[in-house]
Design a protein around this ligand. Structure first.
Ligand SMILES: O=C(O)CCC(=O)C(=O)O
Length: 277
């Protein structure tokens, strides 16, 4: 398979150049004019390590085991029908992150996405009851796992009841994914983007032969061209993860791969760009 081919409209730049070159970056990703950005140095090495260390200090009930390792902070997608625990976990995660690493990562996100959001205000959405959604989770991928199997954000939005409340406020279709690398692995852990978009997905991918997050489905995707992205510690990746099928390659070596990330979507009235997780 060719590496670094040109099907992808991908841009790598410094944090300070964002506003100048991509003031409507989020909309450009949404409408398919661009596919993704690697933005260097959104976090300093010290800030990234402070957030990575939180994986050892956050309350254990903010840690959710996953086949690839674990996640700190509760992902909305897997939350219960009673959303109270999700909002309580989001509140505690936000509080503990600030307490433990001494700076406000949510504020940094708002600052960065404001440079890419055009006319829209950047906000972390609130529920009808005034509870604030989580803006990020920390993902820890351990070596000797399959990494994050191939997926696209669009496959989840109608399948999880947990997304319905947010879907009343925001357009989740073609949601955008973001993550910042906190600890890079020795080898592997690349973001692999397939030359396949959601709307072009062959019908057989949706059949029972290829369950979500399965090796069988990963193997199927091998027939498509791939593009590998290898961000460094502190870099932000922001890409069309709802629209483009992608995977995180297995992590090789002794160390875990740690990222902090989530999603963005425009509000249904198109006034805001929401950050959520
Ligand atoms: O590297 C990560 O944190 C996972 C990115 C990803 O697969 C996604 O946001 O959909």
């Amino acid at each position: 398979m060719a590496e670094n081919s040109h099907f992808l409209r991908w841009y790598e730049l410094d944090y300070r150049e964002l506003e100048r070159y991509h003031p409507d970056g989020a909309k450009d990703l949404l409408v398919g004019k661009k596919d993704g950005f690697l933005v260097r140095d959104v976090l300093s090495q010290q800030e990234a390590e402070a957030l990575a260390s939180c994986t050892e200090s956050l309350s254990v009930n903010l840690q959710f085991p996953m086949p690839f390792g674990f996640i700190c902070g509760e992902p909305l997608m897997v939350s219960q029908a009673d959303r109270k625990p999700y909002f309580e976990n989001a509140r505690r995660y936000r509080h503990e992150l600030i307490e433990n690493c001494g700076f406000d990562f949510d504020a940094r996100l708002v600052e960065v996405f404001s440079k890419l959001s055009g006319q829209q205000e950047v906000a972390i959405p609130q529920s009808a009851t005034g509870d604030i959604y989580g803006a990020s989770v920390i993902r820890v991928i351990e070596p000797h796992t399959y990494g994050l199997h191939a997926h696209s954000g669009n496959e989840f939005i109608n399948e999880y009841e947990s997304m319905s409340e947010l879907a009343d406020k925001a357009n989740l279709y073609n949601q955008l994914s973001y993550f910042v690398v906190l600890r890079a692995p020795e080898l592997g852990g690349e973001l692999c983007l397939y030359d396949l978009e959601w709307e072009q997905t062959p019908a057989e991918v949706h059949s029972n032969r290829y369950p979500h997050f399965s090796l069988a489905r990963d193997d199927y995707f091998e027939r498509f061209e791939k593009h590998y992205i290898r961000p460094q510690v502190g870099d932000l990746i922001y890409f069309a993860g709802g629209r483009i099928w992608h995977q995180v390659c297995p992590v090789i070596g002794l160390y875990e791969r740690i990222t902090i990330g989530g999603f963005t979507s425009f509000s249904n009235d198109d006034k805001d760009l929401y950050i959520w997780s």
